[in-house]
Design a protein around this ligand. Structure first.
Ligand code: DSN
Length: 435
């Protein structure tokens, strides 16, 4: 991959790209929702399919010249279907938010009630935050974590569900370090006659490789992003374990036949909420799913979890408080209350030392989302670089030194130097970096 044309035609934009390549190479990326795609995914995502308009679905497009992008979309669907054991897959959502919007609008009417994990307890904006479409279109009943266990409080979930009779319950979140309890959520949804939607954006790669339980037997619809643990290009996806007649009695216009749920989901994505699909990204999703089907990806996912658990153990040994006491997955959520530093100050100090994390609210946080009492740390990106358990211990040591001395410029420089040595040992996109 060469950037000669870009460098010649637009040096200003080229320099911005070079700086980002340098930043990714020279820092420790610990944001739990980020990863580094393979060169193959990068090439497909940067490829000529960005030129193609293809509104519609394979075999039923509103444009000519779609035979080849049809092949790409079918390949992505077929591979995703195998990865997740899903009968229906829609690979067109541009993002996780779009996937969630299409899924919600399929199962829930505007004004009806849904339940989702409170954002401050590890949920997601699209699970009912008042500032998001989900909170504006639907009546939201948030559920929470138990203060003692740091896990979903199922007594509260059942109580709220019985009281409010939601049309749909969302399980999953963006800062939940434990397995999503699909079976328990299914029990609640079943009891009150609600639909169950799982958002597996964070653990998707772990689900695909069997290191996290599968939502398919329990959920009416499953959404995900493709770029976190799944290590594909930035995007979203919707899946259904077993397709079947829709429960709303909607019929096809000409035949009067009752439509399948997959047909309603398809039309909610396009034309419901999106126009032309990003065919270069859909083709790159196909490449990433092909990688995720290999034994090497399974080893990678095992290592993600080993690394996160090694980090968790090391943090605990240094008197850090972890929400839920540890992790089953790729992330740890640290409550910094006993370390006399806010999440915001920790994020900034670590960034100056070359370590990228994000501030994060912890359950029952007394601080605002702009300050927070915690940080979220994830292992997918550094594991892609080849880091193992030994490097996790080194990273915890580096983080600890900064947290203890956030204003010590000498220590910051010392840690920065050690980060650089570590990054040089595990090069990222070396030829792009050297170009
Ligand atoms: N913004 C993502 C995350 O960081 O978890 C979720 O969409």
């Amino acid at each position: 991959m060469s950037f000669a044309s870009l460098a010649a035609s637009d040096p200003q934009a080229y320099n911005i790209l070079k700086k980002e390549i340098g930043r990714e190479h020279n820092t420790l990326e610990l944001i739990a929702s980020e990863n580094f795609v393979s060169r193959a995914v990068l090439e497909m995502a940067g490829g000529v399919m960005t030129n193609k308009y293809a509104e519609g679905y394979p075999g039923k497009r509103y444009y000519g010249g779609c035979d080849i992008v049809d092949e790409a979309e079918n390949l992505a669907r077929e591979r995703a279907s195998r990865l997740f054991n899903a009968e229906y897959v829609n690979v067109q959502p541009h993002s996780g938010s779009q996937a969630n919007m299409a899924a919600l609008l399929t199962f829930v009417k505007v004004g009806e009630t849904i339940m989702g994990l409170d954002l401050a307890h590890g949920g997601h904006l699209t699970h009912g935050s008042p500032v998001n479409f989900s909170g504006k279109l639907f009546n939201i009943i948030p559920y929470h974590l138990d203060a003692d266990t740091g896990r979903v409080d199922f007594d509260e979930v059942m109580k709220l569900a019985r009281e409010h009779k939601p049309r749909l319950i969302i399980c999953g979140g963006s800062a939940y370090p434990r397995f999503i309890e699909f079976e328990q959520f299914h029990e609640v949804a079943d009891t009150v006659g609600a639909f169950l939607m799982a958002d597996i954006a964070h653990p998707a790669g772990l689900v695909a490789t069997g290191f996290h339980p599968s939502p398919m037997p329990y959920c009416d619809v499953v959404t995900t992003t493709t770029h976190k643990t799944l290590r594909g290009p930035r995007g979203g996806m919707i899946m259904v374990g077993k397709d079947g007649e829709n429960p709303f009695g909607l019929t096809a216009p000409k035949s009067g036949r009752v439509k399948n749920i997959s047909e309603i989901l398809d039309s909610m994505v396009m034309p419901g909420i999106q126009g032309g699909p990003l065919m270069h990204i859909i083709a790159a999703k196909a490449v990433a799913f092909g990688e995720a089907l290999t034994p090497g990806f399974r080893d990678y996912c095992r290592q993600i979890i080993d690394n996160a658990q090694a980090m968790a153990a090391e943090f605990l040994s240094r008197d850090y408080q972890l929400v839920s006491g540890g992790t089953d997955t790729h992330l740890v959520l640290i409550d910094l209350t006993n370390k006399a530093i806010t999440g915001k100050a920790a994020e900034k100090a670590l960034e100056r030392a070359g370590i990228t994390v994000n501030k994060n609210m912890v359950p029952f946080d007394k601080r605002s989302p702009f300050i927070t009492s915690g940080i979220r740390i994830g292992t997918p990106a550094v594991t892609t670089r080849g880091f193992g358990v030994d490097e996790m211990k080194t990273i915890v040591n580096l983080i600890d030194r900064i947290i203890k001395n956030p204003d010590d410029e000498q220590e910051e420089q010392n840690v920065r130097n050690e980060v650089q040595i570590l990054c040089n040992r595990f090069p990222l996109y070396q030829d792009l970096f050297d170009e």
